[in-house]
Design a protein around this ligand. Structure first.
Ligand SMILES: NC(=O)c1ccc[n+]([C@@H]2O[C@H](COP(=O)([O-])OP(=O)(O)OC[C@H]3O[C@@H](n4cnc5c(N)ncnc54)[C@H](OP(=O)(O)O)[C@@H]3O)[C@@H](O)[C@H]2O)c1
Length: 246
């Protein structure tokens, strides 16, 4: 089923930089009516707001903070598209000294941040009639990337949440979309030496998939190739990722 973005109201988390910022710019180009751009530091949104001051509403939101989430839920009276993009990747395996603390932090932001915010905004999404929830997972959520082990686990949790919520709200006409990027050229990957997709290309692929009614989005060449491996043989993707990272 096709979907129209023009005239819709959206909320994007982690909107101040990287993929989130690129998604906001793509939503502006698609004619979104209002975009709540959420960031931990509202001042970091200034340049983005100046691109479309009539469309963008900056909001302060740390997705790990319950009172921030409650404030946003009070503020947003109407919403069609929720884009759960905010995330952290600390670059830890499961064995290192700090790995358990890092795993807890990554789960708090990447998984509990997503489910808590979505839960708080579901009542307003139900009122839309044509709502969509877009969750940015990772290709590492499909098979574990061992040097990003706990991060991959948090993204697998987002993938599972996406599947479960999708079945739950289908009858309410709320589309639930999972996004599974490979490496993208943002601050998150500045220390990775590999080919990376441009954030604008990822953002455009996400919105094209939403418009097209796709539920699972592999927005770049790497994620598309790896997903094909997974479809053929899930064990092979696990082994391939294990080899890639030594
Ligand atoms: N880059 C990649 O290769 C890649 C690949 C697959 C998936 N992803 C996923 O794509 C999403 C965006 O990542 P990115 O590459 O754009 O990374 P990024 O440039 O590091 O941006 C991360 C964004 O998330 C925000 N954020 C972090 N913790 C937050 C919190 N507790 N509350 C609210 N916002 C928070 C950051 O805000 P601050 O500016 O305040 O830190 C920033 O806006 C993430 O979910 C990431 O896991 C990225």
């Amino acid at each position: 089923m096709s979907y129209t973005i023009q005239g819709k109201t959206a909320l994007v988390t982690g909107a101040n930089r990287g993929i989130g910022k690129a998604i906001v710019e793509a939503l502006i180009a698609e004619g979104a009516k209002r975009i709540y751009t959420a960031a931990r530091n509202i001042e970091s949104l200034q340049a983005l707001v100046s691109q479309a001051p009539d469309v963008i509403v900056p909001v302060q939101l740390d997705v790990t903070n319950a009172s921030d989430i409650a404030n946003v839920a009070r503020l947003v009276g109407q919403l069609d598209i929720l884009i759960n993009n905010a995330g952290i990747a600390t670059g830890s395996d499961f064995s290192g000294e700090a790995s358990l603390r890092i795993a807890a932090d990554e789960m708090a932001t990447n998984y509990f941040g997503v489910i808590n915010l979505t839960h708080a905004l579901l009542p307003v999404l139900h009122k839309s009639g044509t709502a969509a929830v877009i969750n940015v997972s990772s290709i590492a959520g499909i098979a574990n990337f061992p040097t990003l082990g706990p991060y991959s686990a948090s993204k697998a949790a987002v993938h599972s949440f996406t599947q479960g919520l999708r079945a739950e709200v289908r009858k309410a006409n709320i589309a639930v979309v999972g996004v599974y990027p490979g490496p993208v050229d943002t601050d998150m990957t500045k220390d990775f030496e590999m080919d990376k997709a441009a954030p604008a290309d990822v953002a455009n692929a996400v919105l094209a998939s939403l418009k097209n009614g796709d539920e699972d989005v592999f927005p770049d060449a790497f994620s598309q190739a790896m997903y094909q491996v997974f479809v053929q043989n899930p064990k092979q993707l696990e082994q391939q990722f294990g080899t890639m990272v030594g």
